[in-house]
Each structure stands twice: as structure tokens, then as C-alpha cells.
Design a binder for this molecule. Structure first.
Ligand SMILES: Cc1ncc(COP(=O)(O)O)c(C=O)c1O
Length: 335
């Protein structure tokens, strides 16, 4: 399978839904503290209700849905899923409906992303952890129901992480290459949070397509290195099958494991304290579920080996800020 060269890269259809290019800024005080240059790419600025990495994927996924004649987007995630909220927002913005399959019990009061899902008018089906493991059956049931109601559904997998969604971060690599040229520098490493693997797959595929020199490091916030290595390879195989891109080899994947902490979406007071510390040092707010853990993984790795990521790091702020508001009590205890 040939790798395409930049002048021949044909992107799939895309809807222009994100505010991009997102800014890249140097974090001066943090760089001084850590002893290496740390920059940040503000993908938390991709939009207000669409904030974060998910809208980059949804630009391609929603374009595919529209071309397939769909009027309803179905997707899934945890109760506080950023991807589900971004999907509900994109659907509303395009005059479509959305149906979210959320893992967990319906709470008495909706907070954070779930509150936004409701405001945005998403239909929600709550499922148990066991049902979520067999979610293909739930998707099939809801697709059926939507069709019976005279509508046309389009199903998007967890996190928007498939070949089509990965184009969002292939495109982000093109953006970063342009920003490197404008700034007159190159990054040694890119560090980002990994939750379902699509962002990593896009970065790794895009690196080859646009000749990005930076090594790509993903800090997993759930599961483990082995799980995500397999997942990213499988998205690479899909990219090869569906778009004739080169596959992703195991050697190209760098997962920095060991920072899941107490589990997905669970925070320790120390983790929250580090989020607060960065907010006060740089005025940059990270989220507790994804970017906070990725940031802590980066900092702790640097403490053990200052040269691990090279001299100039680009940390990707993939959003998730509404997650802060679902942990207001826990945050209050560390303030
Ligand atoms: C804020 C945020 N950052 C990072 C990620 C991880 O991205 P991906 O699912 O593509 O691995 C997600 C979603 O899982 C997210 O919501």
C-alpha cells in the first residue's frame, strides 16, 4: 500500500465545524520549572460547545453522515463523555437529531457534559456497564427504532475513533507543520491524552504523510499500553483498507503507561492539586479525566528523565473542561 505524498493527499469530505487552526503558545514559566521548552496547542479552543479534540473527528464523521442522507447521529460513551456532548452539539448545529448511549445510571441532577447533552436536546439511553460491553446490540436496537420513526440514523463509534474520525488529527498534523514553519522551529515531541485511540492514530498517520519530525507520545487515561497498541494498529488497518494509507506499525506507537491512577475518570487529590497548580502558574485549565492525567504523565516522566521527550515538547490540550464542573466538590477540597 503506497503512502501518499503531501501534494497528492486527498482529504475525505469535511464540514467546517471547528475553530481552527488552534493557537500554539509557549508556556514560559512551566518551561523554566521543568527545564525543557513546553508549548501547548489549544485544541480546547476548537469551539464553545464543541470544545476539544472530538470536533476535529466529527468534521469528517458528520460529513460522511450527511452524504449518507442521515438526519440522526447516534454515539456512545460514559455519562460525562466529551465526545457524546460534542456530537449532540454538532447535530444541533447541523439541524440533525442525536441519540446518545451513555454508560451508567441516570442521575437525579444532570451536571457537566450530561447537562449540556440535555440542553442540546439529545435523546439519551442509559445502559449498564454490562450492556455497554455488548453495545453493538444497543446500537442496532436504536437504529431500528429511529428507522421505524421515519428517520435515518448514522452510528459513530466510541470517541469517534475509526478511520474517518482519524482524519481529524491527520489534518491537525498539517496544521502543526504550518505552525512550525511560521514559528521557525520544530517540535521534538507531541504529548497527548489517549482515551479511545483515534487522536493517536491520526497523529501517527499524519506524521508520515506530512513529514512531521516530532515523536508522538500518548498517555493512556484508561486500559493499558497493550490495549491501545492493538486499537491504534486496527485503526491503521482501517485507514489502509478504506483510504489506501500506510498501516501503523507497533514501533510507531509510543504509549506512556502508568498514569491511569485510580481508574478512568477517578481523581486523586494530588492529581487535582497539579491541575490547580498549572492553572495558577500559566492560566491554563486542564480537565481531570484526560488532559490532567496526560500532563501529570508528562511531568513525572520528565522528573525521572529530563531528556525523555527531547528539548521542545508540544502538549495538546484536547479539551474536556466541562469535566471540571462534575468534580466541584473534589476540587473544593484541594483549594
Ligand atoms: C478531552 C479529551 N481528551 C482526550 C481524549 C482522548 O482522545 P481519543 O479518544 O482520540 O484517544 C478524549 C476522548 O476520549 C477527550 O474527551
Amino acid at each position: 500500500v503506497p503512502t501518499l505524498f503531501p501534494h497528492r493527499i486527498q482529504f475525505p469530505h469535511r464540514l467546517d465545524l471547528s475553530h481552527s487552526p488552534t493557537p500554539v503558545k509557549r508556556l514560559h514559566r512551566l518551561s523554566e520549572k521543568l527545564g525543557v521548552e513546553v508549548w501547548i496547542k489549544r485544541d480546547d479552543f476548537t469551539g464553545v460547545l464543541t470544545t476539544g479534540n472530538k470536533v476535529r473527528k466529527l468534521e469528517f464523521l458528520a460529513a460522511e453522515a450527511k452524504r449518507a442522507g442521515a438526519d440522526t447521529l447516534i454515539t456512545c460513551g460514559g455519562i460525562q463523555s466529551n465526545h457524546a456532548r460534542a456530537t449532540a452539539s454538532v447535530a444541533a448545529g447541523l439541524g440533525m437529531k442525536s441519540h446518545l448511549i451513555l454508560r451508567g445510571d441516570s442521575p437525579q441532577t444532570a451536571e457537566g457534559n450530561l447537562l449540556l447533552d440535555r440542553i442540546l436536546g439529545a435523546d439519551i439511553t442509559f445502559v449498564t456497564h454490562e450492556e455497554y460491553q455488548q453495545r453493538e446490540a444497543v446500537f442496532a436496537r436504536i437504529e431500528d427504532q429511529i428507522q421505524r420513526d421515519g428517520h435515518t440514523p448514522f452510528s459513530i463509534p466510541e470517541g469517534g475513533s475509526n478511520a474517518t474520525g482519524a482524519w481529524g488529527y491527520i489534518r491537525a498534523v498539517e496544521e502543526i507543520r504550518t505552525q512550525e514553519k511560521t514559528l521557525g522551529l520544530t517540535f521534538d515531541s507531541i504529548v497527548h491524552a489517549v482515551g479511545s485511540g483515534g487522536t493517536s492514530a491520526g497523529f501517527i498517520a499524519g506524521k508520515k504523510m506530512f513529514g512531521l519530525g516530532a515523536h508522538i507520545y500518548g498517555v493512556n487515561v484508561c486500559d493499558d499500553k497493550d490495549f491501545f497498541t492493538k486499537k491504534i494498529i486496527s485503526i491503521g488497518q482501517e485507514l489502509s483498507r478504506e483510504y489506501r494509507l500506510a498501516e501503523i506499525a507497533e514501533e510507531e506507537i509510543n504509549i506512556v503507561d502508568g498514569f491511569v491512577g485510580q481508574g478512568y475518570a477517578k481523581s486523586t487529590p494530588e492529581e487535582l492539586r497539579q491541575i490547580v497548580e498549572l492553572a495558577r502558574l500559566e492560566g491554563v485549565l486542564l480537565d481531570p479525566v484526560y488532559t490532567g492525567k496526560a500532563f501529570i504523565g508528562m511531568c513525572q516522566t520528565l522528573t525521572q528523565d529530563k531528556g525523555f521527550f527531547g528539548n521542545r515538547i508540544l502538549f495538546i490540550h484536547t479539551g474536556g473542561l466541562f469535566g471540571v464542573f462534575s468534580k466541584s466538590e473534589e476540587f473544593s477540597q484541594v483549594l
